[in-house]
Design a protein around this ligand. Sequence first.
Ligand SMILES: C[S@@+](CC[C@H](N)C(=O)[O-])C[C@H]1O[C@@H](n2cnc3c(N)ncnc32)[C@H](O)[C@@H]1O
Length: 378
Amino acid sequence: MHGIHKKVGKVKRCAKGYMISPTQPVVVAENTALFTVLPGEQIGVAILNKSRALEVLAAIEASPTLDSLKAGAMELKEIISFKRPDTLNLLNINLNGDTVGFRKDVLLSEIDQVLESQSQERAIYYLRRLQKGINQVRTTKINDINLLRWKEYSDIITDSLWILGKRGTSGVHMAWYWGNFIPQIPRQLMLRYTKKGDWVLDPFAGSGTTLIECRRLQRNGLGVEINPEVASKAQELISLESNPWKVVSDLAVGDSTDFDFGQALHRHSVKQVQLVILHPPYHDIIKFSSDPRDLSNCRTVDEFLQRFGSVIENVTPVLEKKRYLSLVIGDKYSKGEWIPLGFYCMNEVLKRGYSLKAIIVKNFEDTRAKRNQKNCGG
Ligand SMILES: C[S@@+](CC[C@H](N)C(=O)[O-])C[C@H]1O[C@@H](n2cnc3c(N)ncnc32)[C@H](O)[C@@H]1O
């Protein structure tokens, strides 16, 4: 069996420490696609005149019987799917007032729920939910996901198994750096655990994947990388990425076990970050440099874990309370033995007062590691 071996453990800072929340089980899956995500271009968008949509929904809601209510909902559905002329002026975006965009398939399925309702009360419940989704935005402190429209976020994976497909190589993202992660990983983490304008810290910045994604998602990024040559090449690529929201992309050269993150943030008048993304070396699988402070040069797993623990201790004071730290790591196989680096590192994090929120398994389809794994008969 080709076991999936790249894990992303997410742990949340917890004031009392050692409190472990219920977790999802570790998933071991065979290397086959279990589900497919509908590609963005196949998802149509319905743009409605906002005030007309609200008026129409209110009128449908006021229908005297369930049958007449459903007739109104059917008319709405047919207009949205262009099966009848828009006599209600619903799609007239030139009419006075704002517009509201919906993922068409989601909107139609919401209307179907009205149509399938067994009671008027239930149908009204679905209609009001639709009205709320048009009228209001409800987000949490952690991200910008509108909870009233959560069904429309097909780009955010909430499963504990991530099947990411091909490496994203758009723009300045390149696979030049042996040992980088695919951009979809920091992207998913940021969409889920940060808001626009938040700060993300990557203490093992490598080729700058996180900082490039930060620019695309309107997040500020601080990265630290021990290898000056790698940092300089990463810096070059990051600056080639457009920066439409003028976010900060700060990449420093340093050793994250003792780097002064507080001072680096202070330069930007910031005290703390809202997300830490850790993608350390998988011990000595890839030697990143000859620098003895480089975690990939630790002589033993114990030494590696001890230095990794120092990084956690060093980043913790600059991570805002109740925000997230994510660890992206693969295990290693050495001298006939599987070394669960992921679990060991996760434990180092938990020992330092974090609570576990999720363990995610990522499919390694299309990565170089997989090719090696296959060659090794893994
Ligand atoms: C797995 S790679 C990270 C790759 C990165 N996520 C990317 O997409 O390019 C780990 C990186 O950590 C760096 N590193 C190792 N020890 C370090 C330390 N003590 N402080 C800072 N960086 C370190 C290595 O040079 C390497 O670039």
